[in-house]
Design a protein around this ligand. Sequence first.
Ligand SMILES: Cc1cc2nc3c(=O)[nH]c(=O)nc-3n(C[C@H](O)[C@H](O)[C@H](O)COP(=O)(O)OP(=O)(O)OC[C@H]3O[C@@H](n4cnc5c(N)ncnc54)[C@H](O)[C@@H]3O)c2cc1C
Length: 419
Amino acid sequence: MAAAWDLRRGGHQVVMYESADYVGGLASGFKEPGWDWSVEKFYHHWFASDKHMLGLINELGLSHKVRFPRPYTVVYHQGKFYPLDSVVKAILFPGLGWGVDKIRFGLVGLYLRLTTNWKSLERYTVDEWMRKWVGERVYKLMWEPLVIGKFGEKYYKQVNMAWMWARLHARTTRLGTFEGGFQAFADQFAEKLRAAGVRIELSTPVTHIQRNPSTNLLELATADGVQTADKVLVTLSPGAVAKMVPSLPKEYLEGLLRLKSMGAVVMVLALKQRLSQEGYYWYNIPKSAGFPFLAVVEHTNFVSPEHFGGDHIVYVGDYLEPEHEHFRLTHDELLQKFAPSLKRLNPGFEMDWVKKTWLFRTTYAQPVPLVNHSQNIPAIQTPMQGLYFASMSQVYPWDRGTNFAVEIGRRAARLMMEK
Ligand SMILES: Cc1cc2nc3c(=O)[nH]c(=O)nc-3n(C[C@H](O)[C@H](O)[C@H](O)COP(=O)(O)OP(=O)(O)OC[C@H]3O[C@@H](n4cnc5c(N)ncnc54)[C@H](O)[C@@H]3O)c2cc1C
């Protein structure tokens, strides 16, 4: 959408083909009758440092709709949860004790916040770098659970240190959202695109793209027939692009298929009562604590329940490989698996608090950056003339997010408009 905005303003005819019957992709939301805001299918917020997204919203004249509350993030330690999203909270966190560990944790955090030299960090894995600089105990307590949670047993020892740098470097404690939810933003953005002359074809999956050498045009196969264009930007996962454009040169295709990523399984629950008695928004839970999920996010401790007819909205989520059984279990089986653990967060929780649940799964949720990942990123301009590719897997060293989707979309548009 960000690319379409710039291409249209650059004077080009732009058509967007979207397989779903709505815009917003992974950042889209849903709305029940009685809610005046939508809820994101996968928990979403912005950081105050998300300058590409906030800049675009400003350009669209929508900044007055951005809200930046300050919800609370907590981490698990020996059966209890502790706030840990500011320097003061880190100082008070009992898990680190009062000795040298706390000082090392603080100094390493400060170094990663201040240095801009991420390139020198991508040569190391998080595992080796952190063990060396914060020490075994602090790593195991503070950082290892985060990498295991995001990347699973298979990849966590291989993820490079630039990924961790990016997370610490570009994040803020104040978290942002849009009046009405992310879906309201996507819908208003789509309206502005249409008003500017972009054609948005919803419910129109593209199944195949090839170049016709005699016309010099790209041909896109859709259910409405073959569409042609002289330039095309594809914004799907690397695997989906490889399937859609099998005539890309072998080397580029192999590069796409070498990229690793994790999926996500997220259940959304509407509860009659608040889950977190303390009013916490985000619970980080180490896999070792034995919960059947990685994070519990009480959305209505970020956005008021008054926007959801008084419902209390809770996400239960995890990053998993697409082969994991949570991609196969039914909605009900997963609810039976997840719900009992909510009692560990609030002993008063009962199943009859649950009014309704929704289940969302995606096999492409989190790219996995291995050592020296910068050398493996596919070029936006593919070797097929006129074909461009921009995805979450290419925003490195930054971690995926809508802010970086806007940045890479606009970068792709600039490349497409170069003579
Ligand atoms: C669990 C989770 C949590 C996240 N949390 C945050 C967060 O807190 N903050 C944040 O900023 N970002 C967050 N993100 C990341 C954010 O959602 C992505 O960075 C962003 O959505 C990427 O946008 P995109 O346009 O590149 O891709 P997508 O959102 O994946 O959009 C791709 C689009 O292509 C469509 N499509 C697929 N196949 C076809 C086809 N064959 N033909 C036509 N159309 C097709 C899809 O329907 C979709 O609309 C999160 C993502 C996940 C999964």
